[in-house]
Design a protein around this ligand. Structure first.
Ligand SMILES: Cc1cc2nc3c(=O)[nH]c(=O)nc-3n(C[C@H](O)[C@H](O)[C@H](O)COP(=O)(O)OP(=O)(O)OC[C@H]3O[C@@H](n4cnc5c(N)ncnc54)[C@H](O)[C@@H]3O)c2cc1C
Length: 462
């Protein structure tokens, strides 16, 4: 319970306007984008505006042993912002300034509440862009996406968030403020704190400023669609593209269930009998893009595509990506609850993974559509269900556990981009073993001994 004197101290630091205690507000902040979780209401929701305020609040939280749940836009899919033990939800949305875009050093300093697309818009004025592009690029924050090390469609060529963070300012679990990193390409001073805190899901510190790397905007783009009557052929086409030294900016796959659902929903002209489609985009200098697009067309045909379509103009390009953009909304409208996973395997194992997901769907009599980032092996098996049906939810839980088992046995990981949070914490021993989980817990204990920061996520107290 938050003591009245603790609340008074919080109000003294932030002012009454930045402290919400009405039930309707508390209920709103008990949710994020994750389906079917046990959740408790926070006792207070706060919106600090400065690093110093964040540090003061962390000190108060330690003094009164109250947990803090840092929050960006709440779009995460692993229960990362949902309170487990009640306490304080700290929304970072007031800290939303782009502090600097440095076109000479290809970097930007931002506050954590900046929306990713806003950084892109600012970078675009300098002919630059910020490559990490989760599907929520227009709503998710820099702080949330750095804390999840979010990926997206461009992972294969450009990498994910962790490849772009060069430094940060952060409030530790004890309230200390630390700033490290810099604009130098090379920096090996001390332990790699940037790597440790990127993807830490708010469990080790609260990020209040971030230094990221920017890239020059590519001159040209071309999109190609390949249709397959066999998932193995689609799988070997993915490998063949890479083997031929083409690294597409984006290489996506959709299975038959997803294709049919999207077509029914968005009428994008998709072949509903296809077992899989590959959607590919190459980008770079105009001449290189022409050559690469022609090569991809040739490879897809050689690997047995029944149809290959190269978008001739922006309209046709948009039509191809309309299908992919609609994959999740189309699947989600089939049933009330959407359980979106992100089991990830080496790309050569994609056909095996998709087939296993199909078998699991049959075994548990569930509707599962699969799409995802084929180029980096990051699949999104999407289970359509109804959280009100407890018998079906038990089958969903078993199916999810089996999907993780298969992913790990194929040399993959529990999560390619959505994080562990509260939803996948119990599966971590599968990937790390008990000794590995103990190491994660020891790191947490060393940096946040009182388990003030986002407790109940990633690792438990004991
Ligand atoms: C429709 C849909 C599509 C999506 N597509 C993708 C995708 O393609 N790729 C992908 O990777 N993800 C995707 N996501 C997941 C989600 O959008 C990303 O994880 C996103 O980057 C989270 O940003 P956020 O601002 O919403 O963070 P939140 O959800 O608010 O927080 C995420 C985590 O970061 C912590 N946190 C937030 N701010 C801070 C801070 N300042 N300091 C410390 N910790 C902090 C929180 O405690 C939480 O653990 C998708 C989600 C949805 C709903």
């Amino acid at each position: 319970m938050l003591k009245p004197e603790a609340l008074q101290e919080i109000i003294k630091v932030l002012g009454q306007d930045n402290v919400l205690t009405e039930k309707v507000d508390l209920m709103t902040y008990a949710y994020d984008a994750t389906a079917a979780l046990k959740r408790v209401l926070p006792e207070v929701v706060i919106t600090p505006s400065t690093t110093e305020q964040v540090a003061e609040i962390v000190k108060i939280a330690n003094k009164y042993s109250v947990p803090i749940y840092p929050r960006g836009s709440g779009t995460n899919l692993s229960g990362g912002t949902v309170p487990v033990e009640s306490g304080i939800v700290m929304s970072m949305l007031n800290m939303n300034q782009i502090l600097e875009v440095d076109a000479e050093n290809l970097t930007a300093w931002v506050q954590p509440g900046v929306i990713i697309q806003d950084l892109n818009d600012a970078a675009m004025e300098h002919g630059l862009f910020y490559p990490p592009d989760p599907g929520t690029v227009t709503t998710a924050t820099m702080g949330g996406s750095v804390s999840e090390s979010s990926g997206g469609l461009r992972g294969l060529k450009y990498g994910v968030t962790k490849q772009y963070v060069m430094g940060m300012k952060l409030v530790r679990g004890n309230g200390d403020i630390i700033k490290w990193g810099g604009k130098t390409v090379k920096n090996v001073s001390g332990y790699d704190l940037t790597a440790l805190f990127t993807g830490a899901e708010g469990t080790l510190g609260i990020i209040t400023e971030i230094l990221v790397k920017l890239s020059p905007t590519p001159e040209a783009k071309k999109s190609i669609l390949g249709v397959f009557d066999d998932i193995d052929k689609a799988g070997s086409a993915i490998s063949a593209i890479i083997r031929n030294k083409v690294i597409p900016a984006t290489l996506e796959i959709m299975d038959n269930m997803t294709i049919r659902t999207v077509e029914n929903y968005a009428h994008a002209g998709l072949p509903v009998d296809a077992q899989a489609i590959l959607l590919c985009e190459v980008d770079g200098y105009k001449e290189a893009v022409e050559r690469e697009a022609t090569l991809v067309e040739k490879i897809l045909a050689e690997e047995g595509a029944t149809e290959v379509k190269l978008a001739k103009d922006d309209k046709e390009r948009d039509q191809i990506w309309l299908a992919r953009r609609n994959a999740l909304p189309a699947l989600a409208q089939l049933k009330p609850t959407t359980v979106l996973e992100d089991a990830t395997v080496p790309r050569s194992k994609i056909p095996a993974m998709i087939k296993a997901i199909r078998q699991i769907a049959e075994k548990y009599d569930l509707t599962i559509g699969t799409f995802g980032h084929a180029g980096d092996g990051n699949l999104h098996p999407t289970i359509l269900t109804d959280a009100r049906n407890s018998e079906e939810m038990e089958r969903v839980e078993k199916a999810v556990a089996e999907i993780f088992d298969v992913a790990i046995s194929l040399g993959g990981t529990l999560s390619g981009e959505h994080g562990i949070g509260m939803a996948k914490a119990k599966f971590l021993p599968l990937e790390f073993g008990e000794a590995g989980v103990n190491l994660l817990r020891d790191i947490k204990k060393a940096l946040d001994p009182n388990f003030i920061l986002n407790p109940g996520k990633m690792v438990r107290r004991d």
